[in-house]
Design a protein around this ligand. Structure first.
Ligand SMILES: [Zn+2]
Length: 362
């Protein structure tokens, strides 16, 4: 019997982010953010798929016990080209300070073995199994994984976003007719509500306008998303000009390499703001904490709401036999997720399970 094992991440969020799927013929990891995976499973892994560069989805790749095993195994590790570059750069720019020289060498070696692939491309694994990556819209280069396995066909969404008017922040699924899906493993972060999508930005906007904050810190991809929102908000763009801090350069250069939105290339990179166009004030953004006054906001990243997800379900699956397994949920949302599905998709009889840590036969 095929079995799915769900694991919690080793960080403070403690969400389920890592899934080990025993396909009977292959052992597969969808993300690798846990340090609780049995060593024997790590030894027997055939493939690891990393959806994106957030550490709760790949921190197992710098857990030394796993690193040693993986360096001596034939396990193949896959990610999109952009994600691979970002994972390496994040390790070099921030994570490596916590390791000694020997461990740094080993982790570097492991990260360099990641096979970068293109979105939509069919990548053959064995005679009758393959996978494809689809953009998930959550970060630049983030993927959903379609795994065409020997037994079940699985769509693992990873963390996914759907932001209107921002093509880089929208998932895109393009399955062929014969590419059925038995199970969707879904991002459940905010699957129980819709308000969060505008609330986080309006909070920031109000704090800029009322309280006069002029410095912001959060993760790089959120900074870009947030800066684009500022520019499209007339109240703010009349008064403010977004200034990217210089330490941000490594991130922008990777995005430039992969030809993302020209918005990214047009930003000013400065150590500190000086003469700005049209007498506007500087709104200084950084992915590193600048000082005590910095307004730290970590909720700018959106994930998907139930509505976004339902759109995908109705468009692509239309009440088909696909079963939905929800992971990565907030503790507070958990009790509402099932209710949301059943009340909003009454006419479609989707089979929904909220995943718990542990094993599930598929
Ligand atoms: Zn994420």
């Amino acid at each position: 019997m095929p079995v799915l094992k769900s694991y919690r991440t080793a960080d403070s969020s403690n969400k389920i982010t890592t899934y080990i799927y025993d396909d009977v013929t292959s052992l597969v990891a969808f993300d690798f953010g846990s340090k609780d995976i049995a060593l024997n499973d790590v030894k027997n892994l055939d493939y690891i798929f990393i959806t994106h560069e957030h550490s709760d989805h790949f921190m197992g790749l710098y857990h030394m016990q796993y690193v040693d095993i993986l360096l001596n195994s034939n396990c193949e590790i896959y990610a999109s080209n952009v994600t691979k570059d970002l994972m390496i750069a994040i390790f070099e720019n921030s994570l490596k300070v916590s390791f000694d020289e020997r461990s740094i060498k080993k982790i570097r070696e492991l990260l360099s073995r990641i096979k970068g692939v293109l979105f939509f491309e069919k990548v053959k694994l064995t005679k009758d199994t393959y996978f494809r990556l689809f953009p998930s819209g959550h970060t630049y280069g983030s993927s959903m994984i379609y795994y065409y396995g020997k037994t079940n066909k699985i769509l693992y969404t990873g963390d996914i976003d759907y932001a209107s008017n921002d093509g880089d922040r929208q998932y895109r699924l393009d399955l062929k007719e014969n590419e059925t899906v038995d199970y969707i493993i879904a991002d459940g972060t905010y699957l129980d509500n819709e308000q969060f999508k505008d609330e986080s930005f309006s909070q920031i906007r109000d704090s800029i306008l009322k309280k006069g904050f002029d410095k912001f810190y959060c993760k790089p991809e959120k900074i870009i998303f947030f800066s684009k929102k500022i520019i499209s908000s007339p109240k703010l763009s009349d008064k403010y000009f977004v200034v990217f801090s210089k330490e941000f350069k490594w991130y922008l250069s990777i995005l430039r390499k992969y030809n993302f939105d020209p918005f990214i290339t047009d930003q000013i990179l400065l150590e500190s703001p000086y003469e700005l166009p049209g007498g506007k004030k500087a709104l200084y953004v950084s992915s590193k904490r600048i000082d005590e006054q910095t307004n730290v906001n970590s909720i700018v990243g959106l994930h998907i709401s139930f509505k976004d997800f339902a759109y995908m379900l109705v468009e692509q699956f239309n009440c088909a036999k696909t079963k939905i397994l929800v992971g990565h949920y907030n503790k507070e949302s958990k009790k509402n997720i099932l209710g949301t599905f059943h009340s909003s998709l009454e006419t479609c009889d989707f089979d929904v399970t909220v995943l718990e840590e542990g094993e599930l036969e598929l």
